[in-house]
Unconditional design. Structure first.
Ligand code: ADP
Ligand code: MG
Length: 702
């Protein structure tokens, strides 16, 4: 059946009509025949399996049993009576129960005649019982439609109330198969079908709706998942390829004095192999004449900053400017201070621009940017303002990318003059590979998967609130050794007031247990003015205070190597990636560092999993995998990207292997036939074109 026919509005399908069509549109977003065809069942009831009564377990969902009715009795209950039948097979007895229609049931059902019963069972009075079973004679059962695997379609309360039951949906799907004779256009090439060992499109659609057996159902699912993921990957890779050929970038073809001087004379430590590899990957991009769009992933503390700096040097060596945008003021200041030292040695002009930059400074910065005197600009969102104009921005770096959206990337993009600048986005929140492939499939990805040498693994423990005294004693011992300590409180927007109170209560109690003048305490939270925040941060960074009480404002990037203890209060209220980020604030120096997760006694299962994961591993990628399993891809990536993950049948977490296969084959096909013009690939090309045309079906590819 061709694609155009399947675009027929659903109203025109026999058995649907205007009212039902309306409901299908509103409730299930089904507009066309194609949409109905792609309404895949949520689950199936397997009526190929027959239970013996002694095999029934309390956890069973719907089951079916063959047996005979031995007797009926009516039992009085609070209101009216219930009809109870004793049902028996060769292994035991159970009860069938009806609360209405007694007369009709007694008249139509015969004693000692084999029946197939089907329904949910309850455990009641020491016996299994099945209320209002579906019931038919073994004869009818054998000849009827109820002996296969039955699809259960997605539904809504409204649909059920308006009489569009699962049976009705199943019937209209059957009607569609009748009208199309069950023949559907193949979307993949023969080669792919045989290489991946898939069943045909028509066979898959038939068996996803009306599975002949479990094996064919599994094959149908695999085929459709593969297809879904394959075309998403194809789309992403094509986008990336088109990007590379169409979007010209500045070519940084020389490695110049700044880079070499820094590399030869000022490198503060030897780069790790991972850092070297990533620098090479980036240099290759910058040297080609295509615009770079690269994601740099590296766990907290893996040393992304120096890589970013050396990339900036490549830009400056080629006569361009560079900028680095960070999500918070604190982080921008820290980057600025760190890079300033290196810039001084190299005679590079660097400035910082944030919301709190004074107007007079701001004006100078604007002027120097436009004249080109300023070579590097660090800052917050303030960089995105229209007034900020570069003479020739060649490279824009975004730190902690998960805090920024696509819109910000675009704004930086527009700051290029003749060409867009090269863009490098960095994130310390590792994204599982599978997810990165799907969400950032159009970006190139580099990974720093190695920590600088000499780091000791942070020891993480979970302690209950009642052990607080021991924890405080431990803190005192660490401070005696000259170390510094963070104590972090949750900050969740909705209950900001309560959080603020928690923080202040905590601050007071810590002040009592750690009295002045022996102990000095800093406090930083979101309600403070930037200047005050900065002052407190600086006091802590310089070692003037030993304890930093804070909300999650210190979550990203802050670097105080002498701090060796991270206490996280109400740790059960934090997400995994946040906990991992916070923990990354310690373990930055040579000393053994500790992370202590404080919680109350009552913990949900998810909280327990999060805490145990933190205690068990320091590996950000492993943590990201657990996080993905707990929260699902939509939540992990944030709402802005969840549309991309709105898959029809595949599940990025569960179908990781299929995804990897799909990506592999999408790449292979495009490598052998970039324009998909070979006759072998005609199905793929047609499908690809149709998908781009009928956006409403595949709206997750946008
Ligand atoms: P992140 O990737 O979290 O941004 P940073 O760039 O802040 O990490 O680096 C963390 C710390 O490790 C910094 O103090 C930095 O100077 C140090 N560092 C980075 N690379 C190396 C290296 N190759 N050898 C030793 N120390 C390094
Ligand atoms: Mg960083």
């Amino acid at each position: 059946m061709n694609t155009a026919f399947l675009q027929t509005p659903i109203d025109y399908l026999k058995g649907v009509g205007p009212n039902r069509a309306d409901l299908l549109r509103k409730e299930l977003n089904i507009h066309t025949f194609q949409d109905l065809l792609n309404l895949f069942p949520n689950r199936y009831i397997d009526r190929t399996r027959y239970y013996k009564i002694n095999q029934i377990q309390q956890s069973n969902a719907e089951i079916q049993v063959i047996g005979v009715i031995k007797n009926f009795k009516e039992v009085a209950q609070k209101r009216g009576k219930r009809l109870v039948a004793t049902f028996q097979d060769e292994t035991g007895t159970m009860e069938l129960v009806w609360f209405r229609g007694h007369k009709w049931i007694k008249d139509s059902l015969k004693l000692n005649t084999p029946y197939v019963i089907f329904g949910k069972t309850n455990w009641f009075n020491g016996k299994f019982s099945m209320p209002h079973p579906d019931i038919e004679t073994t004869e009818d059962h054998k000849n009827g439609l109820n002996n296969g695997i039955q699809p259960i379609y997605p539904s809504t309360e409204k649909l059920t109330n308006k009489g569009i039951s699962n049976r009705v949906v199943s019937k209209v799907v059957q009607q569609l198969f009748l009208e199309t004779k069950g023949r559907f256009t193949e979307t993949l090439s023969n080669e792919l079908i045989s290489d991946v060992k898939l069943i045909s499109k028509s066979e898959a659609l038939l068996n996803i709706h009306f599975p002949k057996n479990q094996e064919l159902l599994a094959k149908a699912q695999l085929r459709l998942k593969f297809e879904e993921l394959f075309f998403i990957q194809l789309q992403l890779i094509i986008k990336n390829l088109i990007h590379k050929t169409k979007i010209k970038g500045f070519t940084f073809n020389k490695v110049g004095t700044y880079f070499n001087t820094f590399f030869n004379n000022h490198l503060p430590f030897e780069l790790t192999n991972a850092q070297k590899r990533v620098l090479k990957e980036i240099r290759a991009d910058l040297g080609s004449n295509a615009q770079m769009n690269r994601l740099l992933q590296g766990d907290v503390g893996s040393g992304k900053t120096i890589v970013a700096f050396m990339c900036m040097l490549m830009a400056i060596d080629n006569g361009f400017q560079a900028c680095l945008m960070a999500p918070t003021e604190i982080l921008s200041v820290q980057h600025y201070n760190g890079l300033l030292e290196w810039c001084k040695k190299l005679n590079i002009n660097i400035e910082i621009l944030t919301g709190s930059t004074k107007t007079s400074n701001r004006k100078t910065i604007h002027k120097d940017l436009e004249s080109g005197d300023l070579q590097i600009l660090i800052g917050t969102h303030a960089l995105l303002e229209d007034k900020v104009k570069f003479k020739n921005l060649g490279l824009a770096i975004i730190d902690e990318q998960h805090r920024f959206g696509v819109a910000q990337r675009k704004k930086l993009w527009d700051k290029g003059i003749s060409n867009p600048p090269h863009i490098l986005v960095m994130t310390a929140t590792p994204i599982p590979r599978t997810l990165a492939m799907s969400v950032y499939g159009d970006l190139d990805i580099s990974v720093i998967d190695e920590l600088p040498p000499g780091r000791q693994a942070i020891k993480t423990v979970h302690r209950f609130d009642k052990n607080r005294l021991n924890v405080f004693k431990f803190i005192k011992d660490e401070i005696k050794k000259g170390r510094q300590v963070y104590v972090v409180y949750p900050l969740i927007q909705e209950s900001e007031k309560m959080d603020y109170k928690d923080l202040m209560d905590g601050y007071e109690s810590i002040s009592r247990d750690f009295p002045m003048p022996e102990y000095q305490i800093s406090i930083v939270h979101g309600k403070m003015k930037p200047a005050d925040k900065d002052y407190e941060m600086q006091r802590f960074a310089k070692g003037e205070t030993q304890i930093m009480v804070a909300t999650t404002v210190i979550e990203v990037g802050v670097n105080v190597p002498n701090a060796s203890v991270m206490i996280i209060e109400s740790a059960e209220r934090f997400g995994l990636s946040q906990l991992h980020q916070l923990r990354g604030r310690v373990g930055r120096g040579a000393e053994q560092s500790y992370c202590i997760l404080m919680t109350g006694h009552k913990l949900s299962d998810d909280s327990k999993t999060r805490l145990n994961t933190m205690v068990k591993t320091n590996d950000g990628f492993e943590i990201a995998e657990v996080d993905l399993k707990l929260r699902g891809p939509g939540d992990v990536m944030g709402t802005q990207q969840s549309g991309v993950l709105n898959l029809r049948i595949a599940d990025i977490v569960k179908d990781k292997d299929v995804l990897q296969h799909a990506r592999y084959y999408a790449k292979k096909v495009l490598k052998e036939d970039p324009s998909l013009s070979h006759p072998n690939n005609v199905n793929i090309l047609n499908t690809y074109k149709a998908l781009s045309k009928y956006k409403n079906i595949w709206n997750y590819i946008s």
